[in-house]
Design a protein around this ligand. Structure first.
Ligand code: UDP
Length: 358
């Protein structure tokens, strides 16, 4: 079986690291295409090196463009590769422009699409990610869902009547987080480098367009981080998109800003933080995997099971709401009573399913 896998952004590198390994173990022939969406050292190169992701067979070098131009160029260049490679399947992850472009290029020339992280919904069509994931799900033939909620979302949209296979594989992020955290324990020196101790700092990330593209929201979040920082120091590995906006808008801050870090360092920073404040999808779950509360800097989340069960708190960008959530959980003990994401076997489940059923 030959699969062409399309990756281009940080969360996709993290997922591909474990899935590509499982494919290799099951003798699945994988051709990797890196669209180039994330290209700088700390958001691409370092991931390939430290996570042992095979070097991509193709790099399209497409980045820094508007949504339409980026998706269009990816579509065109991916089609050329697919016509040459003639794979049995195209595999895409998550919800980025690379995901949609890869799926669309494949389905138009009748190559079936596998979507990992299918069925997630925020029900906010203003998010580019929501548009990408809905369209990708609809044109995919095999939908590997990370949770029961994701399966239920597809069922409620009538996917039972569509000729697609829906499989609850578990979440490949859990595989990555647990596997690479074990590796990181012996390799990462980030706590020493930053002079941090377990449970003595808060880890924050901000990169989602709905926050970075709205100065009021960005200011609301930074005001909250500043106030929280006076109580517990806040560390923020800064996404280049957010860094640009802060510079443009002249927003200054007292919190400790660092460059984006590789995934090994990131798992150490997450698993030792007092709590997480983020608008990232992946990090909300990683907080849960590492028994940390999370305050989500968005109005809604795809990972509703975490909110419904009191592990994650939606605060949006409202300064008071964020501080309120922080005060509420500051002294609370994290007790994990659920296992929503499959226990770290998703990549094995996916490879097994493909080998046995296709
Ligand atoms: N991450 C990382 N280094 C950083 C910031 C984030 O490795 O400096 C990881 C984080 O742990 C999570 C993933 O990147 O696994 C999330 O990526 P991102 O926030 O870009 O996207 P999202 O999850 O929102 O799709």
């Amino acid at each position: 079986m030959k699969i062409v896998t399309i990756i281009g952004a940080r969360p996709q590198f993290i997922k591909a690291a474990v899935v590509s390994k499982a494919f290799k173990e099951h003798n699945i022939n994988e051709v990797l295409v890196h669209t180039g969406q994330h290209f700088d050292q700390n958001m691409s190169q370092i991931f390939f090196e430290e996570m042992g992701i095979p070097a991509p067979n193709y790099n399209l070098h497409i980045h820094g463009l508007s949504h339409g131009a980026m998706t269009g160029q990816m579509l065109e260049k991916t089609e050329e590769i697919l016509l040459k490679e003639k794979p049995d399947f195209v595999l895409v992850y998550g919800d980025t422009n690379s995901t949609l472009a890869g799926a669309l290029a494949a389905v138009k020339i009748h190559i079936p699409v596998i979507h990992i992280e299918a069925g997630l919904r925020s029900y906010n069509m203003q998010m580019p990610e929501e548009v990408n994931r809905i369209l990708t799900d609809r044109i995919s033939s095999i939908l590997f869902c990370p949770t029961d909620t994701a399966v239920a979302n597809l069922q409620s949209e009538g996917y039972d009547k569509i000729n697609a296979k829906i499989v609850n594989s578990g979440d490949v992020m859990e595989d990555s987080a647990t596997f690479f955290n074990e590796v990181a324990k012996t390799r990462s020196n980030i706590l020493n480098q930053l002079g941090l101790k377990t449970n003595s700092y808060i880890l924050a990330t901000i990169h989602r367009a709905e926050n970075t593209d709205n100065p009021d929201k960005l200011l609301g979040i930074f005001n909250a981080l500043e106030k929280i920082n006076k109580d517990i120091p806040v560390i923020l590995p800064l996404h280049p998109r957010t860094a640009n906006i802060l510079k443009q808008k002249g927003i200054q801050t007292d919190i400790q800003i660092i460059e984006p870090v590789g995934y090994l360092d990131m798992t150490i920073l997450t698993s030792n933080a007092s709590m997480i404040l983020t608008d990232s999808g992946g990090l909300q779950k990683e907080a849960f995997f590492f028994n940390r509360f999370c305050i989500t800097l968005r109005e809604e989340t795809e990972w509703v099971e975490l909110v419904d069960n009191g592990y994650n708190f939606l605060a949006g960008s409202d300064t008071e709401k964020i501080i309120q959530a922080f005060q509420n959980i500051k002294n609370r003990e994290f007790i994990k009573k659920h296992n929503f994401y499959g226990g770290g076997k998703a990549s094995e489940n996916i490879a097994n399913y493909l080998v046995k059923n296709i």
